[in-house]
Design a protein around this ligand. Structure first.
Ligand code: NAG
Ligand code: NAG
Ligand code: NAG
Length: 353
């Protein structure tokens, strides 16, 4: 009996001590060990990814009218750097797309093949809105990959024949940094001069940049491109963009492979930063630790730009639009193409417009 009382007393004492410790921790330890986050940054960035016509698998997954898709690799790429994704389904009515544009802090134009029709018009419209937002003082980044890069060159030059043919289908390559190019403040840049000294961001380490110029760490998959000569000779392109890197195709022809806008948070890649981490359908895709670092650093660059966007949309509307509302389809079991895709099949186009 005496023992029982003693144990009860000890347990009670124990409980009180724990509670007091917890109280102390919450009042004393936490505030001093967790400094307030930078109020200038948005730590809940949302990325819009524009869907592309088709099912991403030449009909193996769906032949539905006006079906479009987003390869999951682009979604994971944004997520790995601390963002959530809203699909911008290009077949949706313009007013729906505009509403969704107001829910995001940056946009990705993906790879693919479509260069005309509604898809081209939607990409062009988004690009104009991105320039408008930035011109109005809202920091609003764009990452354009492969087809996205090619479309930008067509839109900026207003010339649908600006591209030249290259042989770079399904191959890994190096990137050669343009001589004397200043990479500060670009996707490869080591510093972000907009941030105070304490917050200087170190992205691509010099040793990785060096390896990228020697090892084949980036995945190419394109039949078109632009030579550096043509790029520089075109006033629209050379005044808008800084050329950061070039690469070489199977016939030793050199094309521009990475560009960065001079005055906008826009980076464009002829190569695929997202594939190294998340696509397995081609044996040519590099998956070495260095290759994964390339994916990681590009993703971190882009999402850090998105955190500078001050747009803070209504939470409810965000939740309703997030990619989590859609199901993944595993298309890669066929041994080719994208491993996972999101498919978007429009409801019958009755009176919804
Ligand atoms: C789509 O059409 C093609 C060609 O007719 C056919 O081979 C394929 O099985 C169809 N896909 C689906 C998901 O039904
Ligand atoms: C996703 O899959 C689940 C389980 O099969 C199903 O209940 C749900 O309706 C699907 N959602 C969509 C948007 O297709
Ligand atoms: C497919 O897209 C076209 C062009 O936007 C549209 O006219 C048509 O109604 C759409 N069809 C369906 C079934 O959504």
């Amino acid at each position: 009996m005496g023992n029982y009382l003693l144990i009860s007393f000890l347990l009670l004492l124990c409980g009180i001590t724990t509670a007091v410790t917890q109280l102390f921790n919450s009042y004393l330890t936490l505030p001093s060990s967790c400094p307030a986050p930078d109020p200038a940054l948005n730590y809940r960035p949302i990325i819009g990814i524009v869907s592309h016509p088709g099912d991403g698998a030449t009909g193996r997954l769906s032949n539905a009218t006006n079906v479009s898709y987003i390869a999951a690799s682009y979604v994971k790429f944004a997520e790995m750097a601390g963002a959530r994704v809203i699909p911008l389904i290009y077949t949706e009515p313009p007013q729906v797309l505009n509403q969704k544009l107001n829910l995001v802090n940056g946009i990705i134009f993906t790879g693919g093949w479509a260069k005309d029709g509604l898809y081209f018009d939607v990409i062009k419209g988004f690009f104009q809105k991105i320039l408008e937002k930035n011109n109005a003082g809202e920091h609003f980044p764009l990452l354009a990959i492969c087809l996205g890069y090619e479309l930008l060159t067509m839109i900026i030059t207003n010339d649908n024949n600006i591209l030249e043919e290259f042989s770079a289908a399904s191959q890994a390559s190096t990137v050669q940094f343009v001589e004397n190019v200043n990479i500060e403040g670009t996707v490869f840049g080591r510093k972000n001069t907009r941030l105070p000294y304490k917050k200087v961001l170190k992205r691509f380490p010099p040793v990785l940049l060096k390896k990228m110029s020697i090892d084949c760490l980036v995945m190419q998959n394109h039949h078109f491109g632009i030579s550096p000569e043509r790029f520089q000779a075109n006033k629209d392109l050379s005044s808008f963009f800084r050329v950061l890197t070039t690469s070489t195709d199977e016939n030793n022809k050199v094309y521009v492979s990475t560009i960065q806008a001079q005055r906008y948070p826009i980076a464009a890649f002829q190569w695929h930063p997202e594939k190294n981490g998340f696509e397995w359908g081609s044996s040519r895709i590099p998956h070495s630790e260095d290759a994964i670092q390339v994916t990681t650093h590009v993703a971190n660059y882009f999402i850090s730009e998105a955190r500078k966007s001050s747009n803070k949309p209504v939470a409810r509307e965000v939740l309703d639009s997030l990619i989590y509302n859609y199901n993944l389809t595993y298309g890669g079991k066929a041994g080719k193409g994208y491993d996972e895709v999101y498919l978007f099949i429009p409801h019958s186009s009755s009176s919804s417009l």
